[in-house]
Design a protein around this ligand. Sequence first.
Ligand SMILES: C[S@@+](CC[C@H](N)C(=O)[O-])C[C@H]1O[C@@H](n2cnc3c(N)ncnc32)[C@H](O)[C@@H]1O
Length: 283
Amino acid sequence: MKPVLKWAGNKHRLAEQISDAFAGPCEGTYFEPFLGSGAVFLARRAAGEVGEAVLSDFNPKLVQVHVQIRDALDDVLAELDKLPKDDWRERYYEMRDAFNAGPHAGPAHAARFLWLNRAGFNGLYRENRKGLFNVPVGRYKSLNFPAEERFRRVSELLQGTDLRVGSFEDTMKLAGKRDQVYCDPPYVPLNVTAAFTAYCKAPFGLKQQQDLALLSQKAAWRGARVVLSNHDLPLVRHELYPESGGFQHFARPHVARAISRRVQSRKAVQEIIALIGPIVTAA
Ligand SMILES: C[S@@+](CC[C@H](N)C(=O)[O-])C[C@H]1O[C@@H](n2cnc3c(N)ncnc32)[C@H](O)[C@@H]1O
């Protein structure tokens, strides 16, 4: 089930492999603390592998889009229909200003977010230090949105979910016995220039990566299964998610990333899927 949002680092193509790492449906609550476009949740719920779900992200403007698609889809589609179509390119910066002026809640906000997501450069979401969305206009021939049926299906799949704004720490702490957690954090950069950590105001540095690994171990000790994605670097494989710490390395998919403006610097990078828990001790 393809998400309606474009999102840098989205896992639409890897959803099946990630799902396989869980080795079965979620019997408890499914947690996704780095929701983004929700590609993995949507795929797993469409496949009947997830019932109760807590979905969260640090970006309140993004979470509000999912909330509106879940609760007020007709209003969102009606608002989207009012936004520029043929003259989208000329009106892009006017629309961006309107989005930044807010409010950042309700169907009109969701429609503006969805519009910018399709009209902006490569579907990127990036804010400046003042918290203003600053992605330039996209280089598309025409402005295209997902079909209404896709919106309706995504809305159906989101029904009954607990959508929250928050840091991964808050969500990870809730996971326990029989629960499953999928973590897709901003990746450890391949090198400084390739870093892509500006999803929102707070940076995601080594300290956060270490905290995430520790919280994953703790959740596994409480009886949860945690699956994590990241770049396949020695730091990730041997220091953050080491086998000696209870982590298994499930797969090493190859994914071409298209997050650079310069086509020649787009390259295939290796990713890792790590898995931990549930850790059961002998009675
Ligand atoms: C790689 S994206 C997730 C992509 C998602 N799996 C998908 O398929 O679209 C990482 C997400 O983490 C969020 N994020 C960044 N820092 C965070 C934090 N400290 N706590 C929670 N979410 C955070 C970003 O807003 C972004 O949506």
